[in-house]
Ligand binder design. Structure first.
Ligand SMILES: [Zn+2]
Length: 369
């Protein structure tokens, strides 16, 4: 381990001898009694030396070995240290340009997963993950780029047909992609988000890719974010593949539920819960799904809502892959174009849905396999 005081933390003097690391109060840590020698010692913890070398360098400043080691231990205990070697090694998994882009992501992870080396281990998990986004509309294409930018090893955005004007949105397809095949344009979009140089050829996906770690269901018109019984979802339930519903329907952006098959409420639970509130819901739903006659002629989708929903959906996917349960598990989040508020609604597994019957297993919290 090569200790480094987390570079993502600001260093602020509260007074002459009190140093504050971090601005956000919840994460900020104070070191009191910082004289000139201790300030110089702290400067030595920059990730270029291993622990014993830091102690030796501290001794050259006139500090005792015990004091230096005690200070290192105290900094680690206060979650101020990370392992510069682990941070460097994990970025080496990626091509150089992508590794450079991932710097801020890794710094953020080092604050959220505070033990030395923990952030690097979490990013390694993302690098191994394969996420499929089904639907390349305003939300789906932007979810794909956000996930690629977050270091997910492989992101596949699947759809048919050609990019239409209504598919273009911030973070997703630019208007210059109108008329191109959605699958090709989405592959390039994801490729560009990884920092690959313009013009560099991307690796074509294998003909029979391995099963995805997680699937994002992001239908272009948003309606299937409400259609828990979709064929796609049934297959994913049978295969035990976690999946997240997302989309914008009318003025409402939806993220969730994120379904962990056998361990959390599923899309059908959501449909049944809506039926409990509105007995006509199944009949309405039948008119919405697939090529149902009740579909809107010109679906509404606020661009800012689509971009926000895509970002929130990507964040929930990352949290899940990082081993944290996002609020879309056993719930869903709604973002309203009418007032800009995000609300989280709770979803219980429904007694009429059989999705948890076979589950005697403890709840999974991630897929860091
Ligand atoms: Zn269910």
């Amino acid at each position: 381990m090569r200790p480094v005081i987390k570079p993502a933390l600001s260093r602020l003097w509260r007074e002459k001898q009190t140093l504050q690391f971090g601005t956000v109060r919840r994460h900020a840590r104070l070191i009191e009694g910082v004289d000139r020698r201790l300030a110089l010692f702290l400067e030595l913890i920059d990730g270029t030396r291993d622990g014993p070398s830091v102690v030796a360098a501290g001794q050259r400043l006139g500090l005792s070995a015990e004091y230096c080691q005690g200070m290192l231990d105290s900094l680690a205990h206060s979650e101020l240290l990370d392992d510069a070697k682990a941070l460097h090694d994990v970025l080496e998994l990626y091509p150089a340009a992508r590794g450079e882009l991932l710097g801020p992501e890794l710094s953020s992870l080092s604050l959220v997963h505070p033990a030395p080396g923990e952030a690097a281990a979490v990013l390694r998990g993302r690098a191994r993950a394969r996420v499929e986004v089904r639907g390349a509309g305003r939300v789906g294409a932007a979810v794909g780029t956000a996930l690629a930018a977050g270091g997910i090893g492989e992101v596949a955005v699947l759809d048919r047909g050609r990019v239409a004007a209504r598919d273009c949105a911030p973070g997703g397809f630019p208007p210059s992609d109108i008329g191109r095949l959605r699958a090709t344009a989405a592959r390039e979009l994801v490729h560009r988000a990884t920092g690959a140089p313009v013009g560099e050829r991307y690796r074509r996906p294998p003909a029979a890719p391995p099963p995805p770690t997680l699937v994002v269901l992001a239908p272009r018109d948003g309606s299937a974010a409400y259609t828990g019984a979709a064929v796609d979802a049934q297959e994913l339930m049978r295969a035990g593949i976690p999946h997240l519903y997302t989309g914008v329907l009318e003025h409402l952006g939806v993220v969730g539920p994120l379904v962990v098959p056998g361990a959390s409420a599923c899309g059908s639970c959501a449909t049944l819960a809506r039926r409990d509130q509105d007995e006509a819901w199944p009949r309405l739903l039948a008119q919405l799904i697939d090529e149902g006659p009740g579909r809107p002629r010109a679906p509404a989708c606020d661009g800012a809502v689509a971009a926000s929903v895509a970002g929130l959906a990507a964040l929930h996917v990352q949290l899940y892959l990082d081993g944290v349960l996002p609020p879309s598990v056993d719930g869903w989040c709604e973002l309203s174009a009418a007032d800009g508020m995000v609300r989280r609604l709770r979803l219980r597994s429904h007694p009429d849905c059989g999705c948890l019957w076979q589950s005697g297993t403890p709840r999974q919290t991630g897929t860091m396999a």
